[in-house]
Design a protein around this ligand. Structure first.
Ligand code: NAI
Length: 345
């Protein structure tokens, strides 16, 4: 199977290296980026031929021998690019979130339904993390009873360069960019009941608040660098989400799931391994630096699942419908941040 990748930025380069060197059953043959330095990187680092490196997305899609494309482009481009790729006959993997509004998500779903033989997958990578997968299986096995509360956070180590400030206008803000992962996890885990993968409860209402602790440049675009949200689901389940861009020590993604018969906790703390250092200054461990480090093996499993599905295997991970719901909930949270009032989902 021949694969092309569009977008060679922060995450695109990592996906490209993986497709070229790690993912089994595929060959990375082409790439697309409007940035000359990124195309040069692909030539040097991935050994792609010059005529396989495109500045133009349509020219990239026109390559007839490419079976599947991986889109790691700005979120604001996802919906139109997925639709164009499906119409060009390609299987598509697109990074999360699927789109920044529900109408765009639904347009993608409609076109995907017309191209039912092609895979269309959205990168909710945490579903492929071994610890999250074990947690979901534990819920299915009845180890926490009926789950009713998810407290989940995505907290990045502070980047003094403020990359995310430039990124904010096309990312949809902190909740659509970061908490969308927690939203998807909450729906997935709350759907699971003993013995059944279940159907996710419908989200009814969201309330959000936030603060700018370190990056005043976010104010004009209505974003915050630390955000909190509560989501109410039909049937009584609740989600509580926290996202931060400013942790001093490292990356901390964690999720607590509380059920009628117990609770479980995935990813407490930011320890990067099991080594603890003790000396005259105290006792400590090294911290995870970023999401790449935390989810390295999940990214490998996720891309393998995409390639396996394109080659005829079962589809795994979030569906397009799940991705649409994550956007719908993320938008209600973002509206609440602006209005200061609870918002209907
Ligand atoms: P980035 O800004 O570093 O990279 C974007 C890339 O897209 C750049 O290479 C840029 O040249 C390219 N690009 C821009 N316009 C293009 C076009 N018209 N056609 C083709 N390429 C184009 O952004 P980053 O951080 O790599 O994020 C990309 C996507 O990945 C976003 O949707 C983001 O939400 C998602 N992401 C997902 C993560 C996860 O945990 N699953 C983590 C980080 C990002």
């Amino acid at each position: 199977m021949r694969v092309g990748i569009a977008g060679l930025g922060r995450l695109g380069k990592a996906h490209a290296r993986q497709l070229a060197r790690v993912t089994q059953g595929c060959r990375l043959v082409s790439a697309c980026s409007p940035v000359p330095a990124e195309r040069e990187w692909a030539a040097q680092e991935l050994g792609l031929a010059a005529d396989r490196l495109h500045a133009d997305f349509d020219a990239f899609l026109a390559e007839a021998d490419v079976d599947a494309v991986v889109l790691v482009t700005p979120t604001s481009l996802h919906a139109d690019q997925v639709i164009a790729a499906l119409r060009a006959g390609k299987h598509v993997f697109v990074e999360k979130p699927l789109a920044l509004n529900v109408e765009d998500c639904e347009r993608v779903q409609a076109v995907a339904a017309e191209h039912g033989r092609q895979v269309a997958m959205v990168g909710f990578v945490r579903r492929f993390d071994p610890s999250y997968a074990a947690a979901q299986q534990a819920v299915a096995a009845g180890r926490v009873g009926r789950p009713f509360l998810v407290r989940s956070q995505t907290c990045d180590r502070h980047d003094p360069n403020g990359f995310f400030v430039q990124f904010a206008p096309t990312s949809g803000g902190i909740f659509m960019d970061c908490s969308v992962h927690d939203i998807d996890l909450a729906r997935w885990l709350l759907a699971t009941t003993p013995g059944d993968a279940g159907t996710a409860p419908k989200a009814l209402r969201a309330f959000a608040s936030g603060t700018i602790a370190m990056h005043p440049d976010l104010a004009p675009i209505g974003d915050v660098d630390n955000g909190l949200a509560i989501v109410e689901f039909e049937g009584g389940a609740r989600g509580v989400f926290y996202a931060s861009r400013t942790l001093a020590h490292g990356h901390e993604t964690s999720t607590e799931l509380i059920g009628t018969g117990g609770k479980l906790l995935v990813g407490a703390g930011a320890a990067s391994d099991r080594v603890v250092y003790a000396d005259a200054q105290g006792v400590r461990h090294d911290a995870l630096q970023d999401f790449h480090q935390r989810f390295a093996d999940a990214f490998v499993h996720e891309m393998q699942a995409f390639v396996d599905a394109c080659r005829g295997g079962a589809m795994r991970g979030a569906t397009l419908g799940d991705a649409t719901e994550a956007t719908r909930i993320g938008l209600a949270i973002a509206r609440s941040l602006q209005s200061g009032m609870p918002e209907a989902v």
